[in-house]
Write a protein that binds this ligand. Structure first.
Ligand code: IVH
Length: 698
């Protein structure tokens, strides 16, 4: 029993824990202050930093004896730090209210109409650049002071650094602006940002120097503007978009945001070219959702669309509530980054045996979808960024790309959790075969040709969209079918129709799903050669190469009989690709596979032609023995020049190229009145259409 009046053991323990936690928090906050103010390389966002500060403040309030005079909580909140001077904003820099979907956007619009008591209002939509808000003061037309937003009332004076930006004019083009009386003093607000490309470049530079990588363009922009040495700022290609004109008092001041943007542009400030003015909510919504889909097309990151009431008089009438103007709203896109716990690191086996580590995550919503797995790229990505199992990590998912782990949030490490370093396995996790390291290449490979995991990936690839497009045969079913021994070779896919009973015994397989699957498999037999070539998973053969091969050869037999020299004659096909194709087709096992596919009824030819060639629109049949060319060569040429190759003379045939012999086709062509040309007259026809022989005939 504790003495009465003395703190109980439990209380002492709680206090001890609080003291430790407060110390840890101070350490972290100092660390982030250092990164932010001295290195200019913040690691976490403002929100996260605030959370640390809030937690510390709460602890110190509960245990006042923990408070120290040098605690970060003793600083005046929002007060700008040394070494930059304080810059007071003449009018507060406001923030924006958010709308997370079309409904919330509609609610904002409705409120605006209600306040204005108007049936409609003109609005302007501008991409919301994910950078750093700044204010620029111009006196007598010259750039006088530049500041960050800070707490909205006072920011940091970063004039010297902003002067290094090419896109911030040192003086406005007065004579060129048609607003005659440029106000003697005005303020421009806008966003400083980094393009994705520049962000990548900076990170590559850092990787080469062995430095920790930057997390995202936004933080990097903030850090770049807080450099003590303007030369460092100057070495980064920071960009600027102006989006607001302030204190343009006097005659001729723009009456609307659209006019303000044109004025800014004429005065020499870059403005976003995608800003649009609309009269209706429907158009505004379509603009917002449209850019949500296409945000990836922009060379810089945007996190939403800012919708503003266009007319300045109406903006004044609407005013602001607290820090948020009623006349504007931010339509926010789903965040493309999120923080979540890294539960484990596992290794997957690719179609070609490459071993790739991936993260098993505490599920989290990123970019509008729940993510529970993300790629870690390769071993060096993990070691360079010091990612450990148990860490909180930043996960990124943009558009269609595979989610990836950007890096750990080092500030979240408490030192008390069980973090585990990851090591690549020395054996294939699927088949247990030893893994080998490719010379020159850093990656590990499973070298077992019969590795079931590789084969699962191959089946999945065969059935994928760019391949034979068998809907329903995805990752899971491929694994099941290979695992159950129902597919041991790609050709077994076409035997599945005879194994209904076994298939129906599979988990989650019903009659309907099975019928669908079998229908899809049947339909896949008709895919053209170029798709089959992709589907087979021949190394280095993607869509483009496959199409080039299909255009040139037209059918599998001709391709299989070709030597690597002939392949290399085709534009875009080099020695590596041609060797890979020749090796694949020279392999007896692969030849047998192709035979089984053919026997199953899989189409082995293609009628693809090069586009826009001199033979476009022609369907040409070749017959008989030619002199300078083989039949295959003529057919390849026809396709490469944009024509189609027919196998029999029909009403659709536009020309018969006939060598010696070729009796029945010639007869049929004569019956139908189809033009017939011999080899040399065909060459004349081609020459007449601008074709010049570049290749010497073999
Ligand atoms: S208007 C009252 N327009 O979004 C108007 N802001 O919370 C306030 N931002 O960090 C700003 N692009 O820097 C406006 N075209 C744009 C913007 C934009 C990005 C940023 C701004 C601030 C945040 C607003």
């Amino acid at each position: 029993m504790p003495e009465p009046g003395a703190p109980s053991h439990a209380t002492r323990q709680r206090f001890e824990a609080a003291r430790e936690r407060a110390e840890a928090l101070r350490g972290q906050i100092r660390y982030h202050d250092h990164r932010y103010y001295e290195l200019g390389e913040p690691e976490i966002g403002d929100g996260e930093y605030d959370a640390l500060l809030r937690e510390l403040r709460a602890l110190e309030e509960r245990h006042p004896e923990l408070s120290t005079p040098d605690s970060p909580t003793q600083r005046v909140p929002g007060q700008p730090q040394q070494p930059f001077g304080v810059a007071e904003h003449r009018t507060p820099m406001l923030s924006l209210g958010n709308a997370f979907d079309a409904r919330e956007l509609g609610a904002w619009h409705e409120r605006v109409l209600r306040e204005l008591d108007a049936p409609g209002v003109a609005m302007i939509c501008e991409p919301k650049i994910d950078g750093l808000a700044i204010s620029l003061l111009y006196e007598q037309g010259r750039f006088a002071r530049g500041a960050t937003r800070g707490d909205g009332l006072r920011g940091e004076d970063v004039t010297a650094n902003l002067r290094t930006l090419r896109e911030i004019p040192a003086a406005v083009r007065r004579d060129e602006t048609d607003v005659a009386d440029t106000p003697s003093s005005f303020e421009v607000r806008g966003e400083v940002y980094l393009t994705r490309e520049e962000f990548e470049r900076l990170n590559q530079e850092r990787a080469r120097a062995g430095l920790q990588l930057y997390m995202n363009p936004r933080n990097t922009t903030a850090g770049s503007l807080r450099q003590l040495d303007p030369a460092v700022t100057a070495s980064r290609d920071l960009r600027f978009f102006a989006y607001q004109l302030g204190r343009a008092a006097g005659e001729g001041a723009p009456a609307s945001q659209s006019q303000a943007l044109s004025w800014l542009q004429q005065a020499g400030f870059p403005t976003n070219p995608h800003a649009r003015r609309f009269e209706s909510l429907d158009e505004v919504t379509a603009f917002c959702t449209g850019w949500e889909e296409r945000r990836g097309e922009l060379p810089y990151e945007i996190d939403g669309i800012v919708v503003k009431v266009d007319e300045i008089a109406l903006q004044r009438q609407l005013g602001a509530v607290g820090r948020e103007p009623r006349w504007a709203v931010a339509y926010k896109f789903p965040a493309e980054q999120a923080v979540t716990a890294l539960r484990d690191i596992e290794v997957s086996v690719g179609r070609t045996g490459v071993l790739t580590p991936y993260a098993v995550l505490e599920p989290v919503v990123v970019g509008g979808a729940t993510v529970s797995k993300a790629t870690l790229h390769n071993e060096s990505h993990i070691t360079e960024l010091d990612i450990r199992v148990g860490d909180d990590v930043i996960v990124q998912r943009a558009g269609d790309v595979i989610p990836q782990v950007v890096g750990p949030v080092l500030s979240r490490r408490r030192g008390t959790e069980n973090l585990r370093h990851f090591e690549m396995p020395s054996r294939c996790p699927a088949c247990g075969h030893a893994a080998a390291r490719d010379e020159g290449d850093a990656g590990l490979y499973c070298v077992n040709r019969d590795c079931p995991a590789q084969f699962e990936r191959l089946v999945e690839h065969y059935a994928s969209r760019g391949g034979m497009e068998i809907e329903g045969l995805g990752e899971k079913l491929s694994r099941q079918l290979v695992g159950e021994g129902l597919i041991r070779s790609l050709s077994d896919i076409y035997g599945l129709a005879t194994r209904r009973e076994l298939l129906l015994a599979l988990e989650r397989m019903g009659e309907r799903r099975l019928d669908n699957l079998l229908g899809q498999i049947e339909a896949s037999k008709a895919r053209p050669l170029r798709r089959l070539l992709v589907a087979l998973g021949i190394r280095h053969v993607g869509e483009e190469t496959a199409t080039a091969l299909a255009v040139h050869f037209g059918e599998m037999e001709a391709l299989a009989g070709a030597a690597s020299e002939e392949l290399e004659q085709i534009e875009g096909i080099g020695p590596t690709v041609s060797r890979s194709v020749v090796d694949y087709l020279g392999d007896a096992g692969n030849r047998a596979l192709l035979e089984r596919l053919r026997a199953a009824g899989v189409r082995m030819n293609d009628d693809v032609s090069a586009r826009g060639g001199p033979l476009e629109g022609e369907t040409i049949v070749v017959t008989g023995a030619l002199e300078r060319w083989s039949r295959n060569e003529v057919e390849a040429l026809v396709r490469e020049l944009g024509g189609r190759v027919g196998s029999a003379v029909t009403k659709q045939t536009t020309l018969l190229v006939a060598g010696a012999g070729g009796g029945s086709k010639r007869v049929r062509a004569e019956e139908l009145g189809t033009p017939i040309r011999d080899e040399s007259s065909f060459r004349e026809l081609l020459a007449g259409r601008g074709w010049r022989e570049v290749r010497s005939p073999s």
